[in-house]
Design a binder for this molecule. Structure first.
Ligand code: NAP
Length: 305
């Protein structure tokens, strides 16, 4: 397959960048790939794994002559990197990112970019609770959505080209306004993660339940929570700090519904519980029908974002 971009630079060489590099290598989508990460250890690992052709100790060197630059660092690290690389970007290059929040990323990167590059923010809805260059795999994006949130005046050809790259990596591509993306993700990903973190924290706090009991007798629901709650602390700290309003809005609604269910349990209102659970079961069925999960009784699925 012909390369879609001649030279690609990854800023950050963790789970997402390494999965992209593997998928792009497998499908021949880039002529050359380079990368920058903060630590020598990560850069060395990325090189040893053959993820990229070259690594650089500064982001400025990594982006030199690149036709595509992808920010693959935690959301909170993007602004500083954007400042650093801005004077070194090639005219006509496409600048993208994979951040889990879009409004804040656009505000962090956008103002620093020169006028002669194309900024196309994107978010692949694919990931695992593991991080680092070793954690990536080429099929991570297969049949997963990649949401692009271009600004209204972005060059259409640049958007399509990036969309094609994601499609060739196996993803389904859609476009969305950044603020809407952040609200949707607050419902589907950010609030659920916070709830999982809380539930695991509660179990940890319950001194009556010993650690071994929690581990030995953990039912599927709790096991799933522990997997989600094992996600990278830096990444998730940055998601909540940068999608504050949408997350708080959804958590407010969540708290109201939780109180409602709490009251139904206290009153012994079985009908309310039954009706509620019937409604939620239909949502689950919809997710399976949309191909976003399998109906298999398997709680060990690998990807959640
Ligand atoms: P990761 O595996 O933890 O990797 C992060 C990478 O960023 C590491 O290579 C790290 O380098 C580098 N980095 C961190 N701070 C840096 C800095 N100041 N300067 C240069 N490099 C820096 O993270 P990830 O899971 O790939 O996530 C990357 C992005 O993708 C995040 O914005 C996240 O929101 C988004 N995302 C994640 C998922 C998911 O499920 N994981 C899914 C979709 C989108 P060192 O190793 O040298 O510290």
């Amino acid at each position: 397959m012909a390369a879609i971009y001649d030279k690609v630079a990854f800023l950050g060489l963790g789970l997402i960048a390494s999965s992209m590099a593997r998928a792009m290598r497998e499908a021949g989508l880039a002529g050359w790939m380079g990368g920058h990460a903060r630590t020598e250890k990560t850069r060395k690992t990325a090189l040893e794994l053959g993820l990229v052709d070259a690594v650089f100790s500064t982001a400025a060197e990594a982006v030199k002559d690149a036709d595509l630059v992808v920010f693959c660092v935690p959301v909170g690290a993007m602004e500083q990197l954007a400042r650093e690389v801005a004077p070194h970007l090639k005219a006509g290059a496409t600048i993208s990112d994979v951040g889990s929040v879009k409004g804040a990323v656009i505000r962090a990167i956008g103002p620093h970019l020169p006028k002669d590059v194309h900024f196309v923010p994107a978010h692949p809805l694919a990931g695992t609770e593991h991080s680092g260059p070793e954690a990536g795999f080429a099929s991570l994006f297969q049949n997963r959505w990649c949401l692009m949130t271009p600004l209204p005046d972005t060059d259409e050809a640049a958007i399509r080209r990036l969309g094609m790259l994601w499609e060739k990596m196996g993803a389904k591509v859609d476009r969305m306004e950044a603020g809407h993306h952040d609200l949707v993700l607050a419902v589907t990903s950010h609030a659920p993660h916070l709830i999982a973190y809380t539930m695991v924290g509660v179990a940890d706090d319950l001194k009556r339940v010993t650690e071994s009991e929690v581990i030995n007798y953990s039912a599927a629901g709790f096991r799933d929570f522990t997997r989600i709650a094992a996600s990278d602390p830096t990444m998730w700290r940055d998601v909540f700090l940068n999608n504050r309003e949408a997350t708080l809005e959804i958590l407010g609604r969540f708290t109201e519904e939780l109180f409602d269910l709490q009251r139904a349990i206290r009153r012994g209102d079985g009908q309310q519980l039954f009706d509620y659970f019937t409604r939620t079961r239909a949502i689950r069925r919809g997710i399976i029908e949309a191909g976003q999960d399998t109906g298999a009784p398997d709680f060990g699925r690998v990807d959640i974002d």
